[in-house]
Write a protein that binds this ligand. Structure first.
Ligand code: G3P
Ligand code: CA
Length: 298
Protein backbone atom coordinates (compact mmCIF):
# COMPACT_ATOMS: atom_id res chain seq x y z
CA UNK A 1 0.00 0.00 0.00
CA UNK A 2 1.39 3.42 -0.84
CA UNK A 3 2.59 5.32 2.18
CA UNK A 4 0.51 8.23 3.41
CA UNK A 5 1.50 10.70 6.04
CA UNK A 6 -0.63 12.54 8.56
CA UNK A 7 -1.94 15.94 7.60
CA UNK A 8 0.46 17.64 5.30
CA UNK A 9 -0.15 21.13 4.11
CA UNK A 10 -0.76 22.17 0.61
CA UNK A 11 1.69 24.94 0.11
CA UNK A 12 4.38 27.08 1.61
CA UNK A 13 3.24 29.99 3.78
CA UNK A 14 3.89 32.58 1.10
CA UNK A 15 1.68 30.71 -1.32
CA UNK A 16 -1.04 30.33 1.28
CA UNK A 17 -1.15 34.09 1.59
CA UNK A 18 -2.16 34.25 -2.06
CA UNK A 19 -4.99 31.75 -1.68
CA UNK A 20 -8.56 32.48 -0.66
CA UNK A 21 -9.11 32.08 3.07
CA UNK A 22 -10.24 28.57 4.00
CA UNK A 23 -13.18 29.31 6.19
CA UNK A 24 -13.39 25.96 7.86
CA UNK A 25 -11.04 23.45 9.32
CA UNK A 26 -7.45 22.71 8.48
CA UNK A 27 -6.08 22.93 4.97
CA UNK A 28 -6.53 19.20 4.91
CA UNK A 29 -4.37 17.18 2.64
CA UNK A 30 -4.11 13.45 3.04
CA UNK A 31 -1.43 13.04 0.44
CA UNK A 32 2.29 12.66 0.48
CA UNK A 33 2.77 12.94 -3.25
CA UNK A 34 1.14 9.63 -4.17
CA UNK A 35 -2.48 9.49 -5.20
CA UNK A 36 -4.86 7.87 -2.72
CA UNK A 37 -7.04 4.90 -3.60
CA UNK A 38 -10.69 5.39 -2.71
CA UNK A 39 -12.67 2.15 -2.78
CA UNK A 40 -15.96 3.17 -4.35
CA UNK A 41 -18.76 1.41 -2.44
CA UNK A 42 -15.98 -0.95 -1.28
CA UNK A 43 -14.17 -2.96 -3.93
CA UNK A 44 -17.50 -3.01 -5.72
CA UNK A 45 -16.09 -4.36 -8.97
CA UNK A 46 -15.21 -7.57 -7.15
CA UNK A 47 -18.12 -8.04 -4.73
CA UNK A 48 -21.59 -6.57 -4.23
CA UNK A 49 -21.40 -2.86 -3.41
CA UNK A 50 -21.64 -1.84 0.23
CA UNK A 51 -21.37 -5.38 1.58
CA UNK A 52 -18.75 -6.69 3.98
CA UNK A 53 -17.01 -8.76 1.27
CA UNK A 54 -16.67 -5.59 -0.83
CA UNK A 55 -15.18 -3.64 2.06
CA UNK A 56 -12.96 -6.53 3.18
CA UNK A 57 -11.54 -6.88 -0.32
CA UNK A 58 -10.90 -3.15 -0.53
CA UNK A 59 -8.83 -3.32 2.64
CA UNK A 60 -6.98 -6.40 1.40
CA UNK A 61 -6.20 -4.61 -1.87
CA UNK A 62 -4.61 -1.67 -0.10
CA UNK A 63 -7.31 0.95 -0.55
CA UNK A 64 -6.62 4.00 1.58
CA UNK A 65 -10.25 5.06 1.89
CA UNK A 66 -13.53 3.17 2.12
CA UNK A 67 -16.49 4.99 0.61
CA UNK A 68 -19.87 4.35 2.24
CA UNK A 69 -22.78 6.13 0.57
CA UNK A 70 -25.27 6.92 3.30
CA UNK A 71 -29.00 6.47 3.38
CA UNK A 72 -31.10 6.74 6.54
CA UNK A 73 -33.79 4.26 7.57
CA UNK A 74 -37.23 5.20 8.92
CA UNK A 75 -35.92 4.62 12.43
CA UNK A 76 -32.97 6.94 11.88
CA UNK A 77 -30.12 4.48 11.27
CA UNK A 78 -27.42 5.35 8.75
CA UNK A 79 -26.81 2.44 6.38
CA UNK A 80 -24.26 1.97 3.62
CA UNK A 81 -26.48 2.08 0.56
CA UNK A 82 -26.21 3.99 -2.67
CA UNK A 83 -29.71 4.32 -4.09
CA UNK A 84 -32.60 6.13 -2.46
CA UNK A 85 -34.69 3.06 -3.22
CA UNK A 86 -34.09 -0.62 -2.56
CA UNK A 87 -35.18 -1.96 -5.91
CA UNK A 88 -31.89 -2.25 -7.81
CA UNK A 89 -29.79 -4.12 -5.28
CA UNK A 90 -32.21 -5.67 -2.74
CA UNK A 91 -34.02 -8.98 -3.13
CA UNK A 92 -36.60 -10.35 -0.73
CA UNK A 93 -40.13 -9.71 0.47
CA UNK A 94 -41.47 -6.82 -1.60
CA UNK A 95 -43.04 -5.14 1.45
CA UNK A 96 -39.54 -4.74 2.90
CA UNK A 97 -37.18 -4.81 -0.08
CA UNK A 98 -38.69 -2.36 -2.56
CA UNK A 99 -39.34 1.35 -2.39
CA UNK A 100 -37.48 4.11 -0.54
CA UNK A 101 -34.94 3.17 2.11
CA UNK A 102 -36.25 6.00 4.29
CA UNK A 103 -39.66 4.30 4.47
CA UNK A 104 -38.24 1.05 5.91
CA UNK A 105 -36.89 0.32 9.36
CA UNK A 106 -33.49 -1.26 9.77
CA UNK A 107 -35.15 -4.49 10.92
CA UNK A 108 -37.19 -4.58 7.73
CA UNK A 109 -34.20 -3.94 5.50
CA UNK A 110 -32.29 -6.69 7.27
CA UNK A 111 -34.77 -9.09 5.69
CA UNK A 112 -33.31 -8.26 2.27
CA UNK A 113 -30.53 -9.96 0.34
CA UNK A 114 -28.23 -7.32 -1.15
CA UNK A 115 -25.77 -9.71 -2.78
CA UNK A 116 -27.70 -11.83 -5.26
CA UNK A 117 -28.25 -9.00 -7.71
CA UNK A 118 -24.46 -8.92 -8.28
CA UNK A 119 -24.41 -12.59 -9.28
CA UNK A 120 -27.30 -11.98 -11.66
CA UNK A 121 -25.68 -8.95 -13.24
CA UNK A 122 -22.04 -10.06 -13.27
CA UNK A 123 -22.03 -13.85 -13.75
CA UNK A 124 -18.31 -13.81 -14.55
CA UNK A 125 -17.60 -12.37 -11.07
CA UNK A 126 -20.40 -14.16 -9.22
CA UNK A 127 -19.78 -16.20 -6.07
CA UNK A 128 -22.25 -18.30 -4.07
CA UNK A 129 -21.14 -16.59 -0.86
CA UNK A 130 -22.63 -13.33 -2.12
CA UNK A 131 -26.15 -14.73 -1.88
CA UNK A 132 -28.01 -13.55 1.20
CA UNK A 133 -25.66 -10.75 2.22
CA UNK A 134 -27.17 -8.10 4.51
CA UNK A 135 -27.17 -4.36 4.48
CA UNK A 136 -24.56 -3.01 6.87
CA UNK A 137 -24.89 0.04 9.05
CA UNK A 138 -22.28 2.74 9.20
CA UNK A 139 -21.81 1.98 12.87
CA UNK A 140 -21.03 -1.66 12.03
CA UNK A 141 -18.49 -0.56 9.43
CA UNK A 142 -16.81 1.82 11.85
CA UNK A 143 -16.71 -0.92 14.50
CA UNK A 144 -15.26 -3.47 12.07
CA UNK A 145 -12.42 -1.39 10.63
CA UNK A 146 -12.14 1.61 12.98
CA UNK A 147 -9.08 3.73 12.32
CA UNK A 148 -7.25 0.90 10.52
CA UNK A 149 -8.64 2.49 7.37
CA UNK A 150 -9.71 5.94 6.28
CA UNK A 151 -13.30 6.89 5.59
CA UNK A 152 -15.06 8.81 2.86
CA UNK A 153 -18.79 8.87 3.75
CA UNK A 154 -21.24 10.56 1.40
CA UNK A 155 -24.53 12.09 2.49
CA UNK A 156 -27.07 10.92 -0.10
CA UNK A 157 -30.36 12.78 -0.67
CA UNK A 158 -29.72 14.84 2.48
CA UNK A 159 -32.71 17.06 1.69
CA UNK A 160 -34.96 14.01 2.08
CA UNK A 161 -33.11 12.65 5.11
CA UNK A 162 -33.17 15.38 7.75
CA UNK A 163 -30.83 14.67 10.64
CA UNK A 164 -28.38 12.72 8.52
CA UNK A 165 -25.50 15.06 9.24
CA UNK A 166 -26.12 15.00 12.99
CA UNK A 167 -26.29 11.21 12.93
CA UNK A 168 -23.02 10.99 11.05
CA UNK A 169 -21.25 13.33 13.42
CA UNK A 170 -22.57 11.38 16.43
CA UNK A 171 -21.13 8.17 14.99
CA UNK A 172 -17.77 9.79 14.37
CA UNK A 173 -17.66 10.76 18.03
CA UNK A 174 -18.95 7.38 19.26
CA UNK A 175 -16.29 5.49 17.31
CA UNK A 176 -13.45 7.85 18.16
CA UNK A 177 -13.08 9.00 14.56
CA UNK A 178 -13.79 12.69 14.90
CA UNK A 179 -10.22 13.50 15.84
CA UNK A 180 -8.96 11.23 13.05
CA UNK A 181 -10.93 13.44 10.70
CA UNK A 182 -9.89 16.78 12.08
CA UNK A 183 -6.30 16.09 13.04
CA UNK A 184 -5.23 13.64 10.32
CA UNK A 185 -7.74 13.96 7.49
CA UNK A 186 -8.61 10.29 7.90
CA UNK A 187 -12.31 10.98 7.43
CA UNK A 188 -13.40 13.11 4.50
CA UNK A 189 -17.10 13.86 4.21
CA UNK A 190 -18.50 14.28 0.71
CA UNK A 191 -21.78 15.38 -0.81
CA UNK A 192 -23.21 16.65 -4.06
CA UNK A 193 -25.39 18.94 -1.95
CA UNK A 194 -23.58 22.07 -0.76
CA UNK A 195 -26.28 22.64 1.85
CA UNK A 196 -25.41 19.32 3.49
CA UNK A 197 -21.76 20.33 3.64
CA UNK A 198 -22.68 23.71 5.09
CA UNK A 199 -24.79 22.00 7.75
CA UNK A 200 -21.82 19.82 8.65
CA UNK A 201 -19.61 22.85 8.78
CA UNK A 202 -22.05 24.54 11.14
CA UNK A 203 -22.13 21.46 13.36
CA UNK A 204 -18.35 21.10 13.40
CA UNK A 205 -16.31 23.75 11.55
CA UNK A 206 -13.16 21.63 11.59
CA UNK A 207 -14.42 18.62 9.64
CA UNK A 208 -12.69 18.14 6.25
CA UNK A 209 -15.33 18.40 3.51
CA UNK A 210 -15.39 17.49 -0.17
CA UNK A 211 -17.79 18.96 -2.70
CA UNK A 212 -18.81 16.47 -5.38
CA UNK A 213 -19.26 17.95 -8.83
CA UNK A 214 -21.33 16.52 -11.67
CA UNK A 215 -21.21 17.78 -15.24
CA UNK A 216 -24.64 19.27 -14.62
CA UNK A 217 -23.37 21.24 -11.61
CA UNK A 218 -20.66 22.81 -13.74
CA UNK A 219 -22.93 23.74 -16.63
CA UNK A 220 -22.44 27.33 -17.76
CA UNK A 221 -19.73 28.08 -15.20
CA UNK A 222 -15.97 27.92 -15.46
CA UNK A 223 -13.91 25.73 -13.12
CA UNK A 224 -12.40 28.90 -11.67
CA UNK A 225 -15.83 30.25 -10.73
CA UNK A 226 -17.04 27.00 -9.23
CA UNK A 227 -13.86 26.14 -7.36
CA UNK A 228 -13.45 29.58 -5.86
CA UNK A 229 -16.92 29.23 -4.34
CA UNK A 230 -16.24 25.69 -3.12
CA UNK A 231 -13.03 26.77 -1.43
CA UNK A 232 -15.15 28.90 0.89
CA UNK A 233 -16.44 25.82 2.72
CA UNK A 234 -14.61 22.68 1.55
CA UNK A 235 -11.05 21.39 1.36
CA UNK A 236 -11.44 19.22 -1.71
CA UNK A 237 -13.52 18.49 -4.78
CA UNK A 238 -14.75 15.21 -6.18
CA UNK A 239 -15.50 15.86 -9.86
CA UNK A 240 -16.86 13.56 -12.51
CA UNK A 241 -13.57 12.40 -14.07
CA UNK A 242 -14.54 13.76 -17.47
CA UNK A 243 -14.35 17.30 -16.04
CA UNK A 244 -10.63 17.02 -15.33
CA UNK A 245 -8.13 18.71 -17.59
CA UNK A 246 -5.09 20.90 -17.03
CA UNK A 247 -7.25 24.00 -16.63
CA UNK A 248 -9.39 22.34 -13.98
CA UNK A 249 -6.32 21.21 -12.06
CA UNK A 250 -4.83 24.72 -12.23
CA UNK A 251 -8.04 26.24 -10.87
CA UNK A 252 -8.13 23.68 -8.06
CA UNK A 253 -4.53 24.43 -7.07
CA UNK A 254 -5.18 28.16 -7.24
CA UNK A 255 -7.97 27.67 -4.73
CA UNK A 256 -6.07 25.27 -2.48
CA UNK A 257 -8.37 22.31 -3.18
CA UNK A 258 -7.36 18.69 -3.52
CA UNK A 259 -8.95 16.74 -6.40
CA UNK A 260 -10.45 13.24 -6.19
CA UNK A 261 -12.34 12.35 -9.41
CA UNK A 262 -14.93 9.55 -9.67
CA UNK A 263 -15.50 6.80 -10.76
CA UNK A 264 -12.65 5.38 -12.81
CA UNK A 265 -12.29 1.73 -13.75
CA UNK A 266 -10.42 2.10 -17.05
CA UNK A 267 -6.61 1.98 -16.70
CA UNK A 268 -6.17 4.36 -19.64
CA UNK A 269 -8.32 6.97 -17.89
CA UNK A 270 -6.52 6.31 -14.60
CA UNK A 271 -3.20 7.02 -16.30
CA UNK A 272 -4.50 10.23 -17.86
CA UNK A 273 -5.74 11.51 -14.52
CA UNK A 274 -2.59 10.50 -12.65
CA UNK A 275 -0.47 12.29 -15.27
CA UNK A 276 -2.60 15.41 -14.76
CA UNK A 277 -1.76 15.24 -11.07
CA UNK A 278 -5.01 14.31 -9.34
CA UNK A 279 -4.67 13.59 -5.63
CA UNK A 280 -6.67 10.39 -5.60
CA UNK A 281 -9.31 8.46 -7.53
CA UNK A 282 -12.57 6.71 -6.69
CA UNK A 283 -12.59 3.24 -8.25
CA UNK A 284 -14.48 -0.04 -8.08
CA UNK A 285 -11.14 -1.82 -8.64
CA UNK A 286 -8.61 -0.72 -6.00
CA UNK A 287 -6.16 -3.40 -7.14
CA UNK A 288 -6.12 -2.00 -10.67
CA UNK A 289 -5.56 1.55 -9.45
CA UNK A 290 -2.76 0.41 -7.12
CA UNK A 291 -1.05 -1.14 -10.15
CA UNK A 292 -1.34 2.07 -12.18
CA UNK A 293 -0.03 4.22 -9.33
CA UNK A 294 2.88 1.88 -8.91
CA UNK A 295 3.60 1.78 -12.65
CA UNK A 296 3.54 5.55 -12.98
CA UNK A 297 5.19 6.30 -9.66
CA UNK A 298 2.35 8.65 -8.77
O1 G3P B 1 -18.98 9.89 -4.32
C1 G3P B 1 -18.26 9.83 -5.49
C2 G3P B 1 -19.09 9.06 -6.46
O2 G3P B 1 -19.39 7.87 -5.81
C3 G3P B 1 -20.32 9.82 -6.81
O3 G3P B 1 -21.21 9.06 -7.52
O4 G3P B 1 -23.40 8.03 -7.62
O5 G3P B 1 -21.40 6.63 -7.20
O6 G3P B 1 -22.24 8.12 -5.42
P1 G3P B 1 -22.10 7.92 -6.90
CA1 CA C 1 -20.61 8.01 -3.69
Amino acid sequence: MPRCLPLAFLAAPLLLLALPAQSSGPAASVHDGEAVIIAHRGASGHAPEHTLPAYDRAVEMGAHFLEPDLQMTRDGVLVAFHDATLDRTARGPSEFCTGPVRERTLAEIRECDVGSWFNERFPDRAHPSFEGLSVVTLSELFARYGDRVRWYPETKQPDQNPGMEEALLALLHRHGLRDAAVERGHVLIQSFDPESLRRLRTLDPELPLVQLLSRQAMAGRTPAEVLEAVAGYAQGVGPNHSLIDAGFMAAARQNGLFVHPWTVNDPVVMDRLLELGVDGIFTDFPDLLADRISALGR
